[in-house]
Ligand binder design. Structure first.
Ligand code: FEC
Length: 314
């Protein structure tokens, strides 16, 4: 009698999501706002930002697709084809997190690992992805384990440090007179009362990357804060640039270590807004390349997936 091969372990790869098209921006924004539609001014503002960067293509969608495919290949190479099957689940666009879990269940998967394409844990970000996946998995009888963070994986640090070194090279003879600004998406200040690990983990990544790239002058700053009327973590990058100008800093390299892809918060907030602000202050600002599907990033994800899978299939 031949043994039936076990079904693959599902891997729910979760990412923020981006609109499917310009017509879907309102639905996307409404989802981000937990069902509250944006005002016409807010919608115009977001549409304008997408128009400025995308020209009809939403780079995050392509990048997430490529990351999921690359992770599948990396898992096949390291664990053998058929052991893991990757599915995509997006926070604010289709296929939603719940769709990803449903697709796994429909394919007969009973054990799965969830991982988010964001290295740092916050109850307001990664915690939210996990909660939704877990709820859907319970409904569908899928046993799931989750990777909560991977912000200090040696391969991730190495890939980021290499990007910082290459970014510094862009300054030529000024290379040793560059302030490196590590950045990440701001969150409402109330996470501090909740003893959320997000700020600490971001500092840990920044410190490890600075050490690996032998950076002498660096600091951390927040970016992309929302306009919700409540206080968000600061200082914001634009304020930090003002302070650096007052210190007579002339060269800045931004390393957005809280993000892993080319997308709106990088291509608009940093490449257009922050760059323009810096130029107005007489400063030269550059940004490191994003990780996208860098093989070392994929290795970091695959290592964590394999480790977490022991919880569902020892
Ligand atoms: O390229 C794209 O289409 C999507 C880019 C994008 C990424 C992203 C990542 C994070 N966000 C996080 C938190 C918040 C909180 C709010 C919020 C609002 C927005 C809006 C857009 C947007 N986010 Fe986002 N975020 C991206 C895009 N984000 C667009 C709405 C308009 C605006 O504020 O610009 C506020 C929600 C509210 O109103 O209550 C909070 C965090 C991350 C990084 C972790 C992750 O990727 O999950 C945290 C990419």
């Amino acid at each position: 009698m031949t043994e039936t091969p076990a079904s693959p372990i599902g891997v729910l790869v979760m990412s923020y999501g981006t609109p499917e098209s310009m017509e879907r921006i309102e639905a996307y924004y409404t989802h981000i706002r937990r069902g509250h539609p944006p005002t016409p001014e807010q919608l115009d503002d977001l549409t304008r930002r997408y128009e400025t960067i995308v020209g009809g293509v939403f780079p995050l969608r392509e990048n997430t697709n490529r990351q999921v495919e690359a992770l599948q290949r990396t898992l096949d190479e390291s664990a053998g084809a058929g052991r893991y099957a990757c599915y995509q689940g997006l926070k604010h666009a289709s296929p939603y997190i719940e769709d990803g879990v449903a697709a796994m269940a429909a394919d007969g998967i009973r054990e799965a690992v969830g991982i988010v394409l964001a290295p740092h844990y916050s109850s307001m970000s990664v915690g939210g992805y996990i909660k939704r996946a877990q709820e859907e998995a319970e409904k569908r009888g899928v046993k799931m384990a989750f990777v909560r963070q991977y912000h200090l994986h040696p391969s991730l640090i190495e890939a980021l440090a290499e990007r910082v070194s290459k970014g510094l090279d862009k300054f030529g003879a000024e290379r040793d007179r560059v302030r490196v600004l590590f950045s990440a998406h701001s969150l409402p200040e109330k996470i501090l009362e909740m003893k959320d690990p997000y700020p600490e983990q971001l500092l840990e990544t920044s410190k490890a990357v600075a050490e690996a790239a032998a950076v002498r002058e660096w600091q951390f700053t927040w970016q992309s804060a929302g306009q919700t009327g409540q206080p968000w973590l600061g200082p914001d990058i634009l304020e930090t640039l003002d302070r650096l100008a007052a210190e007579d800093v002339k060269n800045v390299l931004v390393a957005p270590v809280g993000f892993v892809s080319d997308h709106l918060e990088v291509l608009y907030d940093l490449d257009l807004e922050a760059k323009k602000h810096a130029a107005g202050l007489g400063m030269h600002l550059e940004r490191i390349d994003m990780l996208n599907d860098d093989p070392r990033y994929m290795k970091a994800l695959a290592d964590h997936v394999r480790e977490a899978s022991k919880e569902v299939r020892p």
